[in-house]
Design a protein. Structure first.
Length: 407
């Protein structure tokens, strides 16, 4: 029989060199493995891996920590923020009725509408409305893409069959013309409908509950630097009902002991994280990159504050293809093809601008990024960069899944 000790610190036995190093100046992207895990989370996962733990007791511990950090009555950990959305919506449909939890996604006999502003129906690697539909609920979009009005929300909530109202806080949503959270909450509550906030990628763990939301959902693996996981925080009755879904549709979204303990360590570390020191390091990286690109005509660099108010600036590079000699997309592709690939933030590349996100850097990465920018922009100026196929790039996310060479 193996001793406990034999199972520890033996190395993985795997060859990590099959996964070459990548520098991520894109952001906390699922496609790149989210974020750099904080050491506390890594230690926690290792420490709990060989043990048996009563999972309800573990979640109870998580609840207390989540409550402390968010101001919530209770909380639990799930597989991801996307899972948290589905589970809390399901919970708002079933309440604490286990028969109903087992019945889903057949929603007969339950409130089955979920109201969401059309401008919030975004895509974060999957569509937010699919997290709603997974439960058997039907999304009810409010307003148009760039405009939602109070009376439209009020009307959508009026039927008596609305289980929940979902509000997304994200750079992915339309930035203007949306109903602010406090108004959204007031109107939903006037109909007795709970508000669930998807704040997966937001720093402020208390703001949405403070603004009156009934549930706030975060990713454990974004700014927190925890393992892949989701945090659900809020009203005790809704948290309990969402947690109950683990006997039903939540089973396929199961979270392990290692992720719960790991994200708890990340939450704990968040309390004492040197946020100002991190910000200063990020600003130094932005300075370095800004001066690296300054000599190149056709490249305009400026600070871009985070659109949802997270304490984070990115560097925005506006590329004049005519002046520089290559498009923004050509720069993105060339940076990603270097010996050490540098992955830029390219959400707006078709508009001619790209961003560099400084929040996932290891020591020395910022300098490599600066050198790589100079190298690639020099080639751009010499007319040496091929112009990529814009259509292929736009559809590229799907193509990577369908790539027959994958397996
Ligand atoms: C990242 C993100 C999600 C998905 O989070 P996961 O934890 O990866 O499931 C959902 N909503 C928003 C706004 C996000 O940014």
């Amino acid at each position: 029989m193996l001793e406990m000790n034999d199972r520890r610190n033996t190395g993985s036995g795997l060859d990590l060199s099959v996964l070459p190093r990548v520098i991520n100046v894109n952001g906390t992207m699922t496609s790149l493995g989210a974020s750099i895990m904080v050491p506390e989370a890594i230690a926690a996962m290792q420490e709990i891996a060989p043990r048996f733990v009563p999972m309800h007791k573990l979640q109870r511990e998580a609840s207390q920590l989540i409550a402390e950090l968010t101001g919530a009555e209770a909380g639990f950990v799930t597989a991801s923020a996307a899972a948290g959305i589905a589970l809390t919506i399901a919970g708002s449909m079933t309440g604490l009725n286990p028969g109903r939890a087992e019945q889903l996604p057949d929603a007969s006999g339950m409130k089955n509408k979920v109201v969401i502003q059309l401008g919030h129906m975004c895509h974060y690697g999957a569509a937010v409305d699919q997290s709603i539909r997974l439960t058997g609920a039907v999304p009810v979009p409010v307003g148009q893409s760039t405009q939602a009005l109070d009376h439209q929300l009020d009307h959508a909530l009026a039927g008596g069959d609305v289980a929940a109202a979902l509000y997304v806080v994200s750079h992915h949503v339309v930035e203007y013309g949306q109903i602010p959270l406090d108004r959204f909450v007031a109107i939903a509550h006037s109909h007795g409908v709970p508000v669930i906030v998807d704040g997966a990628s937001e720093y402020d763990l208390g703001a949405f509950l403070k603004a009156g939301a009934d549930i706030a959902i975060y990713s454990g693996h974004k700014f927190l630097g925890g393992p892949t996981s989701g945090i659900v925080a809020g009203r005790r009755d809704l948290v309990r009902a969402a947690y109950l879904q683990n006997i039903g549709i939540g089973r396929g979204m199961k979270v392990g002991k290692e992720s719960i303990w790991g994200v708890m360590a990340a939450l704990n570390a968040w309390k004492t994280r040197d946020h100002e020191g991190i910000l200063a390091r990020e600003q130094a990286a932005l300075d370095l990159w800004q001066s690296a690109v300054a000599p190149f005509p056709g490249v305009t660099a400026r600070r871009n504050p985070d659109p949802t108010g997270n304490p984070l600036d990115r560097l925005r590079l506006d590329i004049s293809a005519k002046t520089l000699g290559a498009s923004a997309l050509a720069i993105v592709k060339a940076m990603a093809s270097l010996d050490i690939p540098v992955i830029l933030r390219d959400h707006e590349v078709e508009l001619g601008w790209i961003q560099l996100d400084p929040c996932n850097l290891h020591d020395g990465d910022a300098e490599i990024v600066a050198d790589s920018l100079v190298k690639v922009l020099t080639r751009a100026r010499a007319g040496e960069l091929p112009e990529p196929d814009v259509t292929a790039h736009r559809n590229g996310g799907i193509a990577t899944y369908l790539n027959p060479d994958l397996f």
